[in-house]
Write a protein that binds this ligand. Structure first.
Ligand code: SAH
Length: 355
C-alpha cells in the first residue's frame, strides 16, 4: 500500500469518511506524498500530455494572443501570470514567440503560480534566460498590482471538487471511507444537504467546484481592479449537468481514482458555465467559451503550421501535421472539441483575439 493511502486510511479511521474534495487535495497536493508535489507527470514517459507539450504552435499562438491584446490595450506595463505551468513549456513558447514584438518583453514582469517544488525547479531550468524578471508564487494571493494577463492551461481540472448524489429526493455528499482490509470505498453522507434548484433524478451525481469558482472570482476582481484579461483552456463542458467526471490517469491509461492516491493523476472535467458565472460575479466580462479548435483556427494555426512545414524535413513536416490535427480535431484522440477556451477581461479592455 502506498504511504499516502495508509495515511488516508488512518485519517478516515480517526475522523470518519472524507469528502472527495479533501481526498483530491491530499492525493494531488499533500506536501510529502502528493502527486504533483513529488514528480514531473507530463510527457510520453509520464502519465498524461498537454497541448503545449504536443506542439510549440500552441504556446506561440497564445503568445501572439497576449502581445496583440497588450498592443491594443495601449502597451501598459504588464504582469504576465501563468497558473500551474507544468514544465514551463507554454511560458517558454509564449516568450520566444513574442521576442520580436517591440517593447513587449521590456513591459513585462512574469509570475508563475506553482505549488509543486519539483515542477517549480523544472520550470526554473526550462526558463533560464527566457526573461529577466520571472518570479514564482504558490497561490494567486499576491499577484503584482498592475494590468495583468493570466494564462491557465489544464489548471482548473486539477483543483478539488465536491460531489453529491441524489437519494430519496435529496442530495447527499459523496464521501470516501475505508473497509477492514484498508481499501478505499465510496459512500454517502447520511445527512442530506440543502440545495435549491439543481433538479435531477434518483442516482444523479452533481459536481461542485468551490475552489475553482473562488479562484476565478478572485482573478476577475483582480482584472477589474488592475485591468487585463485571462485565458482559461481546459477540458470540460459548457452547460451544467449531472455526471461523475472524476478520473485517474497513470501511464496514459485510466485507473480507479481510489486505487493509488498520490501515484495517479486525478482530474475532473471543468464546468465552464460555473466558471463563467463566477467570473461575472467578480465583475469581469467573459468571452466564449469556444472550442480549442475554433480558438487555434482563429489565431492562425493553419498558417503557422504551413510556415513551420516549409522549413521542415519530410518527417518533421509529418509531425507538425499530426500535432496540428491532435490539437484541433474533434475525434476521441483529438483535443479540438472537448477542450474549451474561456476568456475574461476588464470590461473596458479590448476584446481578446479569437472572440
Ligand atoms: N499547464 C501545464 C501543466 C498542467 S498540470 C501544461 O499545460 O502542460 C497542472 C499544473 O498545475 C501543475 O504544474 C501542478 O503542479 C499545478 N497545480 C495543481 N494544483 C495547483 C494549485 N492548487 N496551486 C498551484 N498550482 C497547482
Amino acid at each position: 500500500m502506498s504511504a499516502l493511502r495508509q495515511r488516508i486510511v488512518d485519517l478516515i479511521r480517526q475522523e470518519g469518511p472524507i469528502s472527495i474534495e479533501r481526498y483530491m487535495a491530499l492525493a494531488l497536493g499533500d506536501p510529502q506524498h502528493g502527486y504533483y508535489m513529488t514528480r514531473d507527470p507530463l510527457g510520453a514517459s509520464g502519465d498524461f500530455t498537454t497541448s503545449p507539450e504536443i506542439s510549440q504552435m500552441f504556446g506561440e499562438l497564445i503568445g501572439l494572443w497576449c502581445a496583440d491584446l497588450w498592443l491594443r490595450a495601449g502597451q501598459p506595463s504588464l504582469s504576465l501570470v501563468e497558473l500551474g505551468p507544468g514544465r514551463g513549456t507554454l511560458m517558454s513558447d509564449v516568450l520566444r514567440a513574442t521576442r520580436a514584438v517591440t517593447g513587449f518583453h521590456d513591459a513585462l514582469q512574469v509570475t508563475l503560480v506553482e505549488m509543486s517544488p519539483v515542477l517549480g525547479d523544472i520550470q526554473r531550468q526550462n526558463l533560464t534566460d527566457a526573461h529577466p524578471r520571472i518570479e514564482w508564487v504558490p497561490t494567486i494571493a499576491s499577484l503584482p498590482q498592475k494590468p495583468t494577463i493570466i494564462l491557465a492551461n489544464e489548471f482548473f481540472d486539477a483543483l478539488p471538487i465536491r460531489q453529491f448524489q441524489k437519494r430519496n429526493q435529496s442530495w447527499h455528499e459523496c464521501l470516501i471511507g475505508a473497509d477492514e482490509d484498508g481499501a478505499l470505498v465510496y459512500g454517502l453522507a447520511s445527512e442530506p444537504m440543502k440545495m435549491s434548484g439543481p433538479g435531477g433524478t434518483e442516482g444523479d451525481i452533481l459536481e461542485y467546484a468551490p475552489i475553482s469558482e473562488t479562484i476565478i472570482r478572485d482573478l476577475a476582481l483582480h482584472l477589474v481592479k488592475q485591468g487585463g484579461a485571462g485565458l482559461v483552456i481546459d477540458y470540460g463542458y459548457t452547460r451544467s449537468g449531472f455526471g461523475d467526471t472524476l478520473q485517474a490517469l497513470k501511464a496514459h491509461e485510466f485507473v480507479n481514482p481510489l486505487d493509488n492516491p498520490g501515484e495517479a493523476d486525478l482530474t475532473v472535467h471543468v464546468n465552464f458555465e460555473a466558471l463563467e458565472h463566477a467570473a461575472k460575479q467578480g465583475g469581469a466580462r467573459t468571452h466564449g467559451p469556444i472550442t480549442q479548435a475554433d480558438l487555434l483556427d482563429r489565431l492562425g494555426i493553419e498558417t503557422r503550421a504551413d510556415t513551420l512545414i516549409r522549413k521542415a524535413s519530410p518527417q518533421q513536416a509529418k509531425d507538425i501535421q499530426s500535432a496540428r490535427d491532435r490539437l484541433t480535431e474533434p475525434t476521441a484522440k483529438g483535443m479540438g472539441q472537448l477542450f474549451k477556451a474561456l476568456a475574461l477581461s476588464h470590461p473596458e479592455w479590448p476584446t481578446p483575439a479569437g472572440y
